[in-house]
Design a protein around this ligand. Structure first.
Ligand code: FAD
Length: 476
């Protein structure tokens, strides 16, 4: 049998149920389609280019080409079926609304033509359609996670398929496009030039990242995960969002590590619980497909957002005058990633201090994050906005100065991303406007010159936001 294994956001060979099952049937044609209608973010495309390149090399070591085609998926699948006389298409399931709709339509069409179509669970710990005994989806994380742990045992991860025994001549003869044809990398100016210093996309990079995290950072995870200057989180998110590693592999490797290091059990459980938030986000997106653009709590639908392009632009470019926010936004721009604590602070600042809609922030993150993930991004933005599931209450408004002082007390993170403030003493680095002119001068800081004046006064903005939220509450 010749089976097409259609790869999407699962760019790996190990623990890949669709590839594994296809390899059990006979000849495998690994296929990647660049969907002409997809709205991808630019930073994510940078990652995808490198990830596909790594996958090509990994498959080449098995003597298999990765078939690259661009266009409408159904049409391309039909072309390859005709070119290869394949009678089967396998894939790992997607759970985003557009992906579900596309897969359902393609499955029906191909089956009507007598093609065997099989789909598998590859990218979650359990299928996201888990729900309460009363048939309702979970909206609060803790009962969701408890229920998941109590009702399911996580299946062992699959090994890499052994393609070597398969005849490959046929797959070698199919025409493929090249990655360079696709122009996924930024053209001039190359804003991603610093990305490769921070990242090693691909399956091997993902495995190494996990091992390094377990060996060097897990021991300090619970305590250190809130401190952006520390090397305490896994930075696995872009690997996960491109499916270079599966949550099942992370689960299994972490459990294996904990058996050898039982003293780290609490840290390991905490880390796996964060992976649980990813499961929860996919659960939410599956049950509430409008999550990316519509507030889950309808009372938030009429929020009077500011439509001020300048405010948004200053936030995007890290020019708000609040150092922790600016450092985060510059980390995002320069590395394609931002630490979770800082993501929360920056998101809160946009929504609750600048009163710019969370959808605008979500769109910017989508375009600039290498780990842009529809479920995690939309669930997290709604969480910060207070309009989502298990969300932070609307009156919790992060104070950017206190947050900075608490989670970056020595200003190490700030000095890394805002070198123009680096000579300020620690006690002023989170609020340069409080320093006197002599001190600023000595540190080479000119407010409104090489570093911006504050865009707003946080205390006033906070009160303004609270008043609006109170009014909304009364009207509902
Ligand atoms: P670790 O702490 O090492 O956690 C391991 C894994 O668990 C992560 O890789 C991630 O898959 C998952 N995880 C951890 N925290 C969360 C969380 N709060 N919600 C969901 N999953 C979580 N994450 C994305 O992957 N893509 C996004 O587009 C995204 N957008 C976000 C937007 C906002 C406004 C906020 C506040 C958070 C967002 N997150 C997003 C969640 C979180 O910030 C990142 O998953 C995390 O910072 C990734 O770093 P890490 O891999 O070192 O995490």
């Amino acid at each position: 049998t010749i089976t097409i294994a259609w790869l999407r956001r699962d760019l790996r060979l190990a623990d890949h149920p669709a590839l594994w099952e296809a390899s059990q049937e006979g000849v495998v044609i690994p296929l990647y389609i660049l969907d002409a209608d997809e709205q991808a973010g630019a930073a994510e495309l940078w990652w995808r280019h490198h990830s596909l390149q790594q996958l090509q090399e990994a498959l080449a070591r098995h003597g298999l080409p990765l078939l690259l085609r661009r266009g409408k998926p159904l049409q391309i699948l039909q072309e390859i079926i005709a070119e290869s006389s394949s009678r089967a298409v396998f894939w790992n399931r997607r759970y985003d609304p557009a992906g579900i709709a596309q897969d359902t339509a393609i499955k029906a069409e191909l089956r009507s033509q007598g093609i065997a179509v099989r789909s598998f669970m590859g990218d979650c710990l359990v299928e996201p359609w888990l729900h309460h005994h009363d048939e309702k989806p979970y909206k609060v994380f803790t009962p969701f996670w408890k229920s998941l742990l109590a009702r399911f045992s996580i299946a062992p991860a699959l090994p890499e398929p052994d393609f070597s025994a398969l005849p490959h001549e046929l797959t070698q003869n199919l025409a493929t496009e090249t990655l360079t044809d696709w122009h996924l990398l930024p053209q001039k100016p190359n804003w991603a030039k610093r990305f490769s210093k921070s990242w090693a996309p691909g399956e091997t990079g993902a495995k190494n990242r996990l091992q390094q995290f377990l060996d060097e950072s897990l021991a300090n995870y619970s305590e250190g995960r809130n401190f952006p200057a520390q090397n305490s989180v896994s930075r696995l998110s872009p690997h996960l969002s491109h499916g270079e590693i599966s949550p099942r592999q992370i689960w299994q490797e972490t459990r294996f590590y904990l058996r050898q290091h039982p003293e780290l059990t609490d840290e390991g459980e905490h880390f796996l619980r964060e992976l649980g938030w990813r499961e929860f986000s996919w659960h939410l997106l599956f049950h509430f497909p409008k999550l990316p653009d519509t507030p889950l709590r309808p009372e938030f639908a009429n929020f009077p957002w500011q439509k001020d392009a300048l405010l948004l632009e200053r936030w995007q470019s890290g020019q708000t005058g609040y150092p922790i926010v600016d450092a985060g936004m510059r980390e995002l721009w320069q590395s394609g990633w931002m630490h979770n604590r800082v993501r929360m602070i920056c998101a809160s600042f946009l929504i609750k201090d600048l009163l710019v809609s969370w959808q605008q922030g979500e769109a910017w993150f989508w375009d600039t994050l290498v780990d842009a993930d529809l479920a995690n991004n939309s669930a997290s933005w709604q969480w910060v906005a207070g309009s989502g599931a298990d969300a932070a209450p609307y009156f919790r408004i992060f104070n950017p100065v206190l947050q900075g002082e608490k989670f970056d007390p020595e200003g190490k993170y700030l000095r890394r991303w805002l070198p123009e403030l680096s000579a300020l003493p620690d006690r002023f680095i989170h609020q340069p406007w409080a320093a006197d002119q002599d001190l600023l001068k000595k540190a080479g800081v000119v407010l409104g010159g090489n570093y911006p004046q504050r865009l707003i006064d946080h205390h006033e903005a906070r009160q303004w936001a609270l008043d609006i939220f109170e009014k909304l509450k009364k009207n509902n």
